[in-house]
Ligand binder design. Structure first.
Ligand SMILES: C[S@@+](CC[C@H](N)C(=O)[O-])C[C@H]1O[C@@H](n2cnc3c(N)ncnc32)[C@H](O)[C@@H]1O
Ligand code: SF4
Ligand code: SF4
Length: 370
């Protein structure tokens, strides 16, 4: 994420919070859509929740209606995420085209296993699109092991190569490629080589994602304290190399070992950060209820997947606008603002990557006066 985009987001968060305080209306900035209830892979560290146990997916018509409502509501950014959005790739690409035509940005988070050349040819034509591609290691055996698939590495390479060729051939800047790499004890000491390897593929940004313990196996992948110390000691060199190749990343934020040690306690981390914010108006640990909406495959809606899943508020009987301005979102905003945090937030694990993405943003947030 470049600074401009990040700045725009922070301004949107702050301005929405301020408008809410003044009883004025404000639009959601970001929507995260989870169209599928399943994944085609079983990565060692991912529990795929909550989708594996509730498989009813809304049809294309319902998602089209959601996208149209969100465009009318003023949503700027549409994110299509897990478990694996490309399982419904034809419908997904149709929605992405509609979003692009309305000049809003969109992104897909994907394991890159299902997109063929014909799909990518359509995707590169969509303005403002970003692809978050999971890539844990340039060493095929490591990536394949972590992703529990013999073809995982080749799939990522095929996708990156096709996109690179299409962009060069058509002189395009999009899609922006953001790699997401989960840091485990199998790759923490190979990051410099990883960067040398991926630099060929016009990578815009790399998110180094601290491992969150969600599965029993994940405990075996956790960095011990010596490995963590060694990883942190390399951050300067990693940063230098990224700068040399013009790749943005969150690596700077990972100097603080709390992001690894407490990665499973996202809320604690966010609370910690917000307590350092002297501006009482804006020292909330999580801005999601003021700026973001997540919708699950079955129509459950909330500010994030955690609360969408837990509260079971459904789009069946209400429009997105009614829910955004209704009691559920407003009560939540009041609770979070008044530090009376819902139990579900205190157990929040889903927002760890938001913390990492937003850490830089929080610094701007401290300095930005509206
Ligand atoms: C849940 S996946 C959904 C999108 C898509 N299926 C993919 O794998 O890219 C989103 C991101 O979360 C990461 N992830 C999954 N489980 C994780 C864990 N336990 N700790 C940290 N990151 C995790 C994945 O590597 C991926 O980059
Ligand atoms: S990380 Fe993505 S690809 Fe892997 S199991 Fe989870 S949802 Fe599926
Ligand atoms: S569950 Fe997490 S992401 Fe969702 S509103 Fe609460 S703190 Fe924010």
């Amino acid at each position: 994420m470049n600074m401009n985009e990040e700045y725009k987001k922070i301004v949107a968060m702050k301005s929405n919070l301020k408008r809410w305080k003044n009883n004025e209306t404000f639009s959601p900035y970001n929507i995260e859509l989870h169209m599928v209830s399943k994944c085609n892979t079983k990565c060692k560290y991912c529990d795929g929740r909550p989708w594996f146990y509730n498989k009813r997916e809304m049809n294309f018509g319902s998602f089209l209606k959601i996208v149209k409502q969100c465009i009318d509501l003023g949503v700027q950014e549409f994110r299509f995420s897990g478990p694996e959005p490309t399982i419904r790739k034809n419908e997904l690409i149709t929605l992405l085209k509609i979003i692009g035509k309305h000049k809003r940005t969109s992104s897909i988070s994907t394991n890159a296993s299902l997109l063929e050349k014909e799909d990518l040819k359509k995707i590169v034509k969509i303005k403002g699109i970003k692809m978050y591609i999971s890539f844990d290691s340039h060493i095929p055996s490591i990536h394949n092991f972590l992703r529990s698939s013999k073809s995982a590495f080749n799939n990522v390479m095929r996708t990156l190569s096709i996109i690179k060729r299409l962009k060069l051939k058509n002189n395009l800047n999009y899609p922006q490629i953001i790699l997401v790499s989960v840091i485990t004890n199998m790759n923490y000491n190979k990051i410099l080589d990883f960067i040398e390897f991926v630099k060929e593929y016009q990578i815009r940004h790399i998110i180094f994602q601290p491992l969150i313990i969600q599965t029993t196996y994940a405990t075996k992948l956790k960095l011990n304290r010596y490995q963590l110390k060694s990883f942190i000691s390399k951050i300067d060199s990693i940063q230098k190399l990224l700068k040399k190749y013009g790749i943005d990343s969150n690596i700077h934020d990972l100097r603080n070992k709390k992001y690894f040690e407490k990665s499973t306690n996202s809320f604690g981390l966010m609370l910690d950060d917000s307590n350092n914010n002297q501006d009482l108006m804006f020292n909330v640990p999580c801005f999601d209820p003021w700026w973001s909406i997540s919708i699950l495959h079955n129509g459950y809606i909330g500010p994030c997947i955690n609360l969408a899943e837990k509260n079971k508020i459904s789009l069946k009987n209400h429009s997105i606008k009614e829910i955004w301005y209704g009691n559920f979102f407003n009560d939540l905003r009041s609770k979070i603002f008044n530090k009376n945090y819902p139990q579900a937030c205190a157990q929040c694990k889903v927002c760890a990557n938001k913390i990492v993405e937003l850490e830089k943003g929080r610094l701007i947030q401290l300095k930005t006066k509206l």
